[in-house]
Design a protein. Sequence first.
Length: 79
Amino acid sequence: MAVQTKAERRAANQLAFFEKRQAERAGRGPRGLAESWIERARAVAVAREAEARAAGEDPEAVWNDLAHTVSVWVSRYEQ
């Protein structure tokens, strides 16, 4: 087995944690799964923000994309 970097090990641990929580929340039905995906979206946005900042890119772009996606969903279901 190849040696993992600290970042790879952290990513694998985060994914395992997410999958465990998602399985637990699945027992609560679609609402639990939605909570899981919202939590995951925030975690991914935080990670991508840091990567963008390190690469000299716009760190707010990922949050703008997430905000737009949520805004479209809300406008579809909001009365």
